[in-house]
Every structure is written in C-alpha cells, then in structure tokens.
Ligand binder design. Structure first.
Ligand SMILES: [Cu+2]
Length: 209
C-alpha cells in the first residue's frame, strides 16, 4: 500500500478526450497495482532505491538531471509550478517568476512539469481568456503525448487532447511531448485556474516562434 497514493496525486482534467482519460486511469491503476505488488515477496532482493515509485518520492531541483524523460525530444523546457506567500507563479530553472517561455514550432518539444510548491496547481495553455478559462486551448488543438514517471516505471498517454493538467505538490515527473504546427505560432499563455491562483499571479506568457 505504500505506493498506492502515487496514482492519486496526478490528475488530468480532460474536456474532450474522455476515452484517453479512461486509458490513463487504467494505466495508473495498473501501475499502482504493479508498484504495490512489486514491494511484496521480493523486497529482500530489491534495494529500496530501485523499487518502482522510489524516485518519485525523491526531491530534485528544477532543471536537475533526471533519469527518465520521453524519447525523440529536440528541445526541452522546464516549468515549475510554485507559490510564495500569496503569490502563485510558474518559474523557469533560473527561478524567474512568470517569465516568457518560448517554444519552437515544428519541433518535438518536451515540457517538463514539476510542482515544487506546497499546493496543487494546474497548467493550461491557451489564449482569449473568458469566464475563468481559455476560449482557445492549445492542447485541444494539438494532440500531445503525456508521460508520468514513477521511479523506473511510467504511464504514457499518446495523442491526448486536454484542457489542463492538475499536478499535486511533490509531483515532479510529468512530461508533455508536443509538436506545434507553424500556423499556431504567436502569443499564448500558461495559466493556473485553481480558484484564486490566476488572480494571485499564476500566468505566464508563452511565445511559439
Ligand atoms: Cu496554481
């Protein structure tokens, strides 16, 4: 049971691809079962550090080397979801709050999402904000692949179209692999729409160039 909670700490909010969400839920459940079973009879022969899930519990600094990441990436950007006092923000590995993030169109880019803060946060990418959400959502227009690593095991969702990713505190190994077509170049925004967070500053510019 010690790894059972891990499956619950990553939530993906999906507005369109409900079948995809179901697939993720199933994959997560399988992982949770595998992790829970993995620590059973063979625990004497398996060092704790190599058990599934062990690495997910180990803190690492934003931008630090990580053993697991999606294959076929041409570029990587790191986004930390965080807060300080009453301010909520996205940060780059240099610690800048709500900087302008940049993505190159036509390249397969990995977005490494990690929550180093003490609260649950969301990451949505869109523009034309109205009534607390984006009217144009980049991740609904462009399918992406999602990866969730738990130590040396992972869950992967291919071709997901989704509204936002919700990430609990302490979750550091969520990745999105996306290739944005040239016609979507321009100004976008990354925002967190958990109640009060956007208003508390949790939005940053994203330039697709
Ligand atoms: Cu937030």
């Amino acid at each position: 049971m010690r790894f059972g909670k891990i499956a619950l700490v990553v939530g993906v909010a999906v507005r369109k691809a409900r079948a995809t969400l179901l697939m993720f839920a199933v994959a997560g459940a399988v992982l949770a079962v595998a992790a829970a079973c993995g620590g059973g009879d063979e625990k004497a022969s398996t060092p704790a550090s190599t058990q599934p899930g062990a690495a997910a519990l180990v803190s690492h600094k934003p931008g630090a080397a990580h053993a697991s990441q999606p294959k076929r990436l041409e570029a990587v950007i790191e986004i930390d979801l965080n807060e300080e006092g009453k301010q909520q923000y996205f940060a780059n590995p240099q610690g800048e709050k709500n900087p302008t993030f940049r993505l190159q169109a036509g390249k397969t880019v990995g977005i490494h999402i990690h929550n180093e803060g003490g609260l649950t946060h969301e990451l949505a990418i869109g523009r034309k904000i109205q009534a607390g959400e984006y009217q144009e959502v980049l991740t609904e227009l462009v399918p992406s692949d999602l990866f969730f690593y738990y130590g040396d095991v992972k869950a992967e969702v291919e071709g997901a179209e989704f509204g936002e990713i919700e990430v609990d505190k302490g979750v550091r190994d969520v990745w999105m692999r996306i290739n944005i077509p040239a016609e979507l170049k321009g100004q976008w925004e990354i925002g967190c729409f958990i109640e009060g967070h956007y208003e508390a500053g949790m939005h940053a510019s994203l330039t697709v160039e």
